[in-house]
Design a protein around this ligand. Structure first.
Ligand code: FAD
Length: 291
């Protein structure tokens, strides 16, 4: 079935009305860098393309008086990393936003699209989880909030119900003495899909010597990106040391449930989860000490 129509509503309510009326036949799109390719390659059938980029709420981002960041679901990655204040306060977000494709893709691709595409290897998802971001979802019954770690339910699947639209992502203000970082492994220095990726968000004691809290997420090593509570627990209350970080990395390896595919074996992915978690914790500590 070919695309029959293109609709560009100017409000969330109008978008929800179109999605509710047409069900699975209508599909929202932001940058289209996933969806248009999927439609062209006949991997997904869409009757009505619902362009969300005319909806102001989805195209705006702002830092609140409390230091939290609210990002409309369709804001392009390049707008975020070109904003010095966002980059200073949320460097892990910029780690992710600045390596999703090349500059042309980054000028279109959104965090909302990356999350709603729900690839296990999506490069923003571990960062969104580590930073404690929440999704604001609009539907006919009103709005609801879901933590990002509960959003994806499987490869290409998520909690969005028919008629629902992701409106925004909200990131709490970074805690004092905290730092966060994201890294991925790809087999070449070009654009590619992550074999494994990971993000860490650590909070240190005022003297920078002890972990007081941590959120660690890993991607491409399970059907969805995972918040690894055991890794966070392995850090909290412990001294910042190679031994502590090694214990956290071991917990991440244990939590991984990878598959073997053309990009890498399950063993390699499990190993990479440990390596990447070590690196992102070290980088997050460095950033926390400079915060
Ligand atoms: C050359 C190339 C390189 C790439 N490199 C990377 C990479 O390095 N890392 C990576 O993670 N990804 C990569 N991607 C994939 C893609 O660019 C990203 O996933 C991107 O963030 C998707 O954002 P988008 O706005 O283009 O999403 P779209 O294609 O517009 O949408 C993606 C999905 O989300 C749904 N959707 C979008 N917005 C909403 C909304 N508000 N509410 C509900 N559903 C919504 C759509 O229906 C669709 O199913 C690459 C793609 C290309 C073509």
């Amino acid at each position: 079935m070919a695309v029959k129509d293109y609709i560009a509503p100017s409000s969330v309510d109008d978008a929800v009305a179109v999605l509710s009326e047409h069900g699975a036949d209508a599909r929202p799109f932001a940058g289209g860098t996933d969806l248009i390719i999927q439609v062209r390659e006949r991997r997904r059938q869409v009757g009505i393309m619902l362009d969300v980029k005319k909806i102001p709420e989805l195209m705006e981002y702002s830092i609140g008086a409390d230091g939290s960041l609210r990002v409309g679901a369709a804001v392009a990655c390049a707008r975020l990393y070109n904003d010095a204040e966002v980059a200073r306060r949320f460097p892990a977000l910029i780690d992710s936003a600045s390596l999703i494709g090349g500059i042309q893709i980054q000028s279109r691709a959104s965090l909302g699209g990356n999350l709603c595409n729900s690839s296990p290897a999506g490069d923003s998802i571990p960062t969104l989880i580590a930073l404690g971001a929440t999704c604001e979802i609009a539907g006919r019954g009103g709005r609801r909030t879901v933590p990002v770690e509960s959003f994806c339910t499987g490869p290409g699947a998520n909690v969005l119900q028919p008629g629902e639209l992701l409106v925004s992502l909200t990131f709490p203000a970074p805690a004092a003495n905290s730092g966060a970082a994201f890294e991925r492994f790809i087999p070449r220095n070009e654009m590619d899909i992550a074999v494994a990726n990971a993000a860490a968000n650590v909070t240190l004691s005022a003297d920078g010597a002890t972990f007081t809290a941590a959120r660690i997420a890993i991607g491409a090593v399970a059907p969805t990106a995972l918040l690894v509570a055991e890794t966070g627990a392995a850090l909290a209350g412990k001294p910042v040391s190679a031994d502590t970080i090694a214990a956290a990395a071991a917990a991440a390896r244990a939590a991984a449930r990878p598959i073997t595919d053309m990009r890498g074996s399950a063993d390699q992915r499990r190993h990479l989860a440990g390596v990447l978690v070590t690196r992102v914790i070290e980088k997050a500590v460095e950033r926390a000490r400079k915060a």
